[in-house]
Design a protein around this ligand. Structure first.
Ligand code: ZN
Length: 242
């Protein structure tokens, strides 16, 4: 199971976890940004740490929340949410975020938050950026998050063409001999115009990726954010998936 960009939205995370048959899931891979923006940073970290075979890489918001990177380049709402998140984190969870690696290789897959070239920072939005990044990992697949928008970048090995496809929910993506950079979208703050929480199931044996969207109680997350005094712009965007 592949998830990314949870951003402290435990309502969305629970909806995603409830949507899968966890008995059938071997491992949970998270591509970073566990926290930032949302109202429940500790709950999100704790929930995922309950799973024994769970692997997570660091995202820019995870580092920002613990003061490991400067937040001057964040917009004012993100800065405010980041400071609030930092104040909420338990000492154990602060330490946990501190120890997250920036890159994990699991069999045929490389896991990073942004890109294999710049694991914490770079956004892979266009095929041209993907093209440059294929030389920065050796595995067949590279899984990335950070943009909050699901996408699959294909390297046509024979023609050296690079293309992007936007996955369609519930339609399996076949893994062929061409290498892929795959973004599962965001659990806690989708930005592709669809407010439903996104996740993927990678079935390495069947060589397919299943991509899913799940509805969750957005109003509940918004109420929690209001209660914590988080910025209005961050509260309203959840309803639009932006
Ligand atoms: Zn993010």
């Amino acid at each position: 199971m592949v998830i990314s960009d949870i951003h402290g939205n435990v309502v969305a995370l629970d909806a995603v976890l409830a949507d899968v048959d966890l008995e059938a899931v071997d491992q949970i891979w998270c591509l970073g940004d566990l926290v930032g923006y949302g109202p429940s940073p500790n709950q999100c970290i704790n929930r995922l740490r309950e799973f024994s075979d769970y692997h997570c890489v660091a995202g820019n918001h995870d580092w920002a929340a613990i003061g490991r990177i400067d937040i001057v380049e964040f917009n004012p709402s993100a800065q405010m949410a980041c400071r609030w998140t930092g104040q909420q984190l338990s000492p154990e969870n602060r330490d946990y975020l501190e120890r997250l690696p920036t890159r994990i290789v699991q069999g045929n897959c490389t896991l990073v938050h942004g890109s294999p070239r710049e694991p914490v920072w770079e956004y892979i939005i266009y095929p041209s950026t993907a093209q440059l990044n294929f030389q920065f990992f050796d595995s067949h697949l590279c899984l990335v998050g950070h943009t909050h928008a699901p996408a699959v970048f294909h390297e046509e090995t024979s023609t050296q063409k690079f293309e992007i496809t936007i996955p369609v929910a519930d339609q399996p993506i076949r893994i062929d001999d061409n290498r892929l950079i795959v973004n599962p979208g965001s659990v806690g703050q989708p930005r592709d115009g669809d407010p439903h929480a996104a996740y993927m199931i990678l079935d390495e044996e069947a060589r397919i990726i299943e991509y899913h969207r799940v509805s969750y109680d957005i109003a509940l997350t918004q109420d929690l954010m209001l209660e914590k005094g988080l910025p209005d712009s961050l509260i309203s965007r959840l309803a639009f998936g932006w």
